[in-house]
Each structure stands twice: as C-alpha cells, then as structure tokens.
Ligand binder design. Structure first.
Ligand code: XMP
Length: 519
C-alpha cells in the first residue's frame, strides 16, 4: 500500500513540488490536469463559499469582468443573486456608473432602510425626472415633511406624464388611509413579520415603517419580501451586505488630469460618491498593475477610505502582488494576456500563462496576507477548478458575454444570434473611455499606438442563472473527484501533472460525430 501511495506521489504532485519542478516553463489550464483522490464527498455537498475580505463573502467564487460588454447593473444583480459579484465597468460617465451601482444596491431589500422619499409640494413631473435621472425601476414613493414625518404614499399609477403638473400632495394616499408598522414591532425576524402582514392585508404591496414620532424609518415591498422568503428556501445563496442588499463592485481607473498627473481630487470624489451609493468594493483595473500610477491610486484610496475593500491589478509576478498589497489592496487580479479578446501577448510580447502566474502570485499573496483572483482565459468549468486550486475566485468575461444580462443588442447573422464582446483595450473600447487602463489617453486612440484587444462576437447563450448553474455544477464535480468539501480543501488536495499535446487531444471529445453538446 505504502509503495502504491509513493508511486502516486511521484507522478501526481502537490503545487509546491509540481510548479518549482516546471520553473522556466509557463503553463496554463490545458497544460495540466488534476489527479483524483479518494473521496467520500458528493458534489452536491461541497461548498463554494469564498471570503475575499472580512466583509466580502461570496457563495460562488465567480466575478463578472469590469468590461463594457459584460457588466452593468443587470449582470451585477443577476450574478450577486447567484452568490457571485459583478464589477461595473468604467467606460461610462461617472454619474452613470453611480446610477448603475444604485440600481444594484436598490434592487432587492429586506427592509429598505433609506427609501427614496418625495415632498408633498413637488410636482409629479419632478418625480418623473428623478426616476429618469437615477434610473429607478420603481414608481411608488413615501411622502414626508421636512422633519421626515410620514404624510402619505405616492402610488405608482399616478406617476405618469399626463399628471406632470399635479402636485404630489394631490395624488398621494394620505397618512390616515395607510397601513404602517412600528419599528419596535420588528424585533426578531422582520421579514417573516412583513410576510405575515402582506398575507393578512389583501392587495397591499407596500408597508412603511415608522418610529414613535411617526417619522419614516423604512419600507417593505411585497415583491422583495416574497423573493427573500423564496431565497431562504433555495440552495443558491445570494451575495449580500449586512443590510441584506446585493453586493456590488465598481471599477475605477488611475485617472490623469490634462498635465498628465494623477487626478487625485477626482478619484477621491468619485470613490466617495460610489461609497455613498453603497458600493462594496472598488477595483483599480489596469493592464499593468505593477506601476507607479496604479500604486499611487491604490494608496490614495486606501488612505482616504480605510475600510473600503480594494481589488487591484493586473499583475503576474510575486513582486507585483507584494507591491499592490503594500499599497493597500486586499485582493489582487492575476492575468496579463490570457483573455479571450486580448492581444497583449501578441502585440507587446508580454504576459504569463495563467497557472504559472497564479502559482507565483499565490506564494506572494500568502506572505502578504492578501487574496488573489484569476482573471481571464477561462473557457470551461474545468479551468475554474484548476484556477481555484491556487486562487480565491475567478473573473470571467467571454464566458458570460453571451448572456442576456450582458449589455448590448442581440444581432442575427446567417440565422444565428450573437452579442458583441470586445476587449477593453480594443480601439472602440478605448475611444469610449478605457484608454487609461492601457496607459494611453482617449484622444490618442484615433492615431493609436497599438490596440491590445479585439472586437468580437459571442453566440447568445442561456440566461446567467443557467450558465452559472452549469459552471457551479462543474466546479462541484471537480471537488467531488478530489474529495474536497470546500475551496480550502481543494487547494490543499490538488495534485498536478502535465499533459502533452496528445493528452490534450484525448481530454476533449474525439473520434466521434457529435450530435448533441454536453451543455
Ligand atoms: P476572458 O477570457 O474571460 O477575459 O474573456 C476577460 C479578461 O480579459 C482582460 N481584458 C483584456 N486584456 N486586452 C487585454 O490584454 C483587452 O483588450 C482586454 N479586455 C479585457 C480583463 O482582465 C478581463 O477581465
């Protein structure tokens, strides 16, 4: 028995033996495979939970890329509902990015603690303008006086352009006709209490919460309460903050002013406004994170907002990880050139294949006490399993860009449906604002130095729920094969071996005429 074990150990090696033995050669996902181990774990019993910082817990270790064809509020909402995290891209005016974050943070609440209120002497036209400006998806508003006392509820069916010149006070349901609940009645399970109220009060969809002085303290809506009640019964655990709001991240760039210096004031102001909207984490996203501008930006944000989790990148070296960690980043993005739309390796001749980069980064991260995420190059769930043997989460762009939740129109070409997917270093994306990410100015991009990404199409895929369920199922299968009940065991139990080109051919389907794909 001992000899057989020895044989396994010689051929299938843990990370600290395997990767150093390959030093000088850069490996990526398809270059290795994982050996199976004895298991008494069923895939469905495995946990995919990951902790990126003390305040940032995900129940699915998947983050949607901060790219303008991947993550805006619909993607961020849908991925957080599945336990992951969306990073809203920055190729849009700063005000719009703030609205996108608001949409995620306001999407489903248990108790809405800061409901958007209106005053009685405003016009319905003002309310319509507010909805338009802040892109609210709801139209019912509590009405309060200057001291915050509840005066009524403006019902959604009165918020119409035809009533634009009417005052809110004319259209609202007055206080005496409203059902409300006292804040102190909510001790214990507030959601269960609200759920009972809605069952007992036929046709009532909103429940304002008031204090002893009748000041508005919050609002329940029947749809949120129903969703949360359902969620409690389901297996998928959405990623939420301590106020039960969905988690949301936003990318920020190392913005420079007209003299080429870091625009410290603008960065601080924007991050401050993101925080006011409830953002949970900012990602300082650039192609070259081991650089002065990125370090200075991370340091600035860390000094100004000491408790805000910061993701920063991208790097592929131990020194790069150490540098960003010293500047104050909590989570470091690893990946230079692996992305499906990237041309950095072709254009600039730099970048490291992912698994080697992840191993080197993971050693530096452990020393610095930070987490790492594997960014780019993931094309199947098996890649995620391999990435998670070294990283704490993965960032996916192309895998999610075909989902209906990704931004962009669906187009039909020869009877097939596609969506646009483009690199943030492509000419079109840099013109739209992402030039700073690649160290250029937007005005440069016309006579452009060299694009580092392409514009492409992705076939339209199933909804994000279905895509993520497939990916999560694949990761759990991998964990079952390794006998790992959680992601920390996946790391410690991983045993690697290199695969030759013939082995890679063997790994895919072969020598058949495929009539139906596995997905
Ligand atoms: P996937 O493979 O998931 O990669 O489509 C998404 C990641 O690729 C990075 N990215 C780029 N890298 N040129 C690059 O070199 C680009 O134009 C580009 N756009 C995105 C980014 O890290 C993203 O998360």
């Amino acid at each position: 028995m001992a000899d057989v074990r020895h044989l396994d150990e010689e051929f299938y090696r843990p990370a600290d033996l395997f990767f150093p033995s390959q030093a000088g050669t850069a490996l990526t996902y398809d270059d290795v495979t994982l050996a199976t181990l004895h298991s008494n774990i069923l895939p469905r019993d495995t946990s995919l939970e990951t902790r990126l910082t003390d305040r940032l817990h995900l129940s699915l270790p998947i983050i949607s890329a901060d790219m303008d064809t991947v993550t805006e509020s619909p993607m961020a909402i849908a991925i957080a509902q599945n336990g992951g995290l969306g990073l809203i891209h920055y190729n849009m005016p700063e005000r719009q990015q703030l609205s996108e974050v608001s949409r995620v943070k306001n999407s489903v609440h248990g108790l809405i603690q800061e409901p958007i209120k209106v005053e009685p002497d405003r016009f319905i036209g003002d309310v319509l303008a507010l909805i338009e400006e802040r892109r609210f998806s709801f139209r019912t508003f509590p009405v309060v006086d200057g001291e915050g006392k509840l005066l009524g509820l403006l019902p959604g069916h009165t918020v119409r352009p035809r009533y634009a010149s009417r005052k809110v006070s004319e259209a609202m349901t007055p206080r005496e006709q409203l059902h409300t609940i006292r804040e102190k009645e909510l001790a214990g399970d507030a959601i269960a209490r609200a759920d009972r109220f809605f069952t007992e009060h036929l046709g009532i969809h909103k429940l304002p919460v008031v204090d002893d002085e009748d000041r508005l303290r919050g609002l329940f809506t029947v749809s949120d309460v129903e969703r949360i009640t359902q969620e409690r019964r389901s297996l998928v655990k959405p990623a939420r903050d301590e106020n039960f709001r969905l988690l949301c991240g936003a990318a920020v760039s190392a913005t420079r002013n007209s003299t080429g210096e870091l625009d410290r004031e603008r960065i601080v102001q924007h991050v401050g406004e993101l925080l006011e909207r409830g953002v949970d984490v900012v990602a300082v996203s650039t192609a070259h994170g081991y650089s002065s501008g990125v370090g200075e930006t991370v340091r600035l944000i860390r000094e100004t907002f000491p408790d805000l989790p910061i993701i920063a990148g991208n790097v592929t070296s131990g020194a790069g990880v150490e540098f960003l960690a010293e500047c104050g980043a909590d989570v470091i993005k690893i990946g230079q050139g692996p992305g499906s739309i990237c041309t950095t390796r072709t254009v600039a001749g730099v970048g490291i294949p992912q698994l080697t980069a992840l191993y080197v980064a993971s050693k530096a991260a452990a020393r610095a006490g930070v987490r790492i995420v594997a960014d780019g190059g993931i094309s199947k769930s098996g890649d995620i399993v391999k990435a998670l043997t070294l990283a704490d989460a993965v960032i996916c762009g192309g895998l999610l860009a075909g989902c209906p939740e990704a931004p962009g129109q669906i187009m039909e070409i020869n009877g097939k449906l596609y969506k646009q997917y483009r690199g943030m270093g492509s000419l079109a994306a840099m013109k739209a604002g992402s030039a700073a990410r690649y160290g250029h100015e937007s005005k440069d991009s016309v006579r452009k130095i060299a694009a580092e990404g392409v514009e492409a199409l992705k076939e339209v895929s199933s909804s994000l729920d279905v895509v993520l369920a497939q990916l999560a199922g694949g990761i759990q299968s991998g964990m079952g094969y390794l006998g790992a009940v959680n992601l920390s065991e996946l790391k410690s139990r991983a045993r690697y071996v290199r695969v030759t080109p013939a082995g890679q051919r063997e790994s895919g389907t072969h020598d058949i005429v495929e009539v139906k794909t596995g997905s």
